[in-house]
Design a protein around this ligand. Structure first.
Ligand SMILES: NC(=O)C1=CN([C@@H]2O[C@H](COP(=O)(O)OP(=O)(O)OC[C@H]3O[C@@H](n4cnc5c(N)ncnc54)[C@H](OP(=O)(O)O)[C@@H]3O)[C@@H](O)[C@H]2O)C=CC1
Ligand SMILES: O=C(O)C1=N[C@H](C(=O)O)C[C@H](O)C1
Length: 267
């Protein structure tokens, strides 16, 4: 039995996680929300597909770590900071999908992984993790001077931009090319006075309506263009990946693991 605690259980991803965990007979669920939230004590059972009984929201301040194997975090950087500190203090494993982290926040995550096992992924879908391998092949096989651009589209409520996934795709390409990502990433062309240069990864972003998540990596040269696209049509796909990661992580030694590790997708 995998005993899983979900932070931000009333969020978009929180709700998807509740649905997936409720339908998994190998999982036992605890649902947490922000300290002081009006929703503490609220029953999410009646609105969670597959729930076999009440799902009472508890304050994240009152986690009984003896009853949890893995905590899953899809919140915001401000929430993750506290959740990580609490997990380290109690030596509880974490699966983290929260994006928009700064360099310092990433360093804190790496530091925490010296004490607890962590799976961190900016996208838990299997498709995107396959795409991360495919873009490396494209980057190293196609014309050396190929133009590389990444486009992403998400729902109107998404805060961070470009998405964590878009950055992960760009970093995978930069890595394969032997480039330093922060030197080649191009986020804004509005003040450019010259044309696009080579050794550049351009990013563009769309925020509209209820788009779950779409990413395209473009590799273009004179005469041909390769487009590698992934479209997520339901958050359940991310939630399933995160629950799979939680089961994989249970009883692993401390370390920072990726979804590529969970899926054995190494080159
Ligand atoms: N890696 C992946 O595969 C995926 C990652 N994501 C990422 O997951 C994150 C959440 O996305 P989404 O579910 O759409 O966002 P929502 O805004 O719908 O949900 C966020 C949840 O986090 C809680 N939260 C926010 N700040 C804090 C805090 N300081 N302390 C405690 N709880 C907090 C919110 O609580 P409250 O309601 O009280 O504000 C809410 O329950 C984003 O970073 C997103 O990019 C999303 C999808 C897939
Ligand atoms: O906020 C979202 O919704 C998503 N965020 C992740 C990201 O930033 O890449 C993953 C997914 O695309 C959905």
């Amino acid at each position: 039995m995998n005993r899983i605690g979900v932070f931000g259980a009333n969020g978009r991803m929180g709700r998807a996680l509740l649905e997936v965990i409720s339908q998994d007979n190998n999982c036992q669920l605890s649902a947490f929300c922000r300290t002081g939230s009006d929703l503490i004590g609220f029953d999410l059972g009646p609105t969670t597909m597959g729930a076999k009984g009440p799902i009472l929201l508890k304050s994240e301040q009152n986690i009984n770590h003896n009853e949890i194997d893995v905590l899953i975090d899809f919140t915001l950087a401000s929430g993750l900071k506290n959740h990580l500190a609490d997990a380290v203090k109690n030596k509880t494993a974490m699966v983290i999908g929260t994006t928009g982290l700064t360099e310092n926040e990433m360093l804190a995550l790496e530091q925490a992984s010296k004490t607890i096992p962590i799976v961190f992924a900016r996208n838990f879908s299997v498709g995107i993790n396959v795409l991360l391998s495919l873009v490396k092949t494209a980057a190293t096989t196609l014309d050396e001077n190929i133009d590389i651009e990444i486009f992403e589209a998400h729902h109107r409520n998404k805060i961070d931009a470009p998405s964590g996934t878009a950055l992960a795709i760009g970093e995978a390409i930069a890595d394969a090319k032997g480039w330093q990502h922060d030197k080649v990433a191009k986020f804004d062309r509005s003040s450019d006075e010259v044309a696009k240069t080579q050794n550049e990864i351009g990013y563009s972003v769309l925020r509209a309506g209820d788009i779950v998540g779409e990413h395209t990596a473009y590799f273009a040269t004179m005469g041909e263009r390769l487009e590698l696209t992934h479209k997520a049509s339901s958050r359940i796909t991310f939630a399933q990946g995160a629950v799979r990661a939680a089961a994989w992580l249970k009883n692993k030694p401390p370390g920072l693991y990726t979804m590529q590790d969970v899926l054995s997708l190494h080159d």
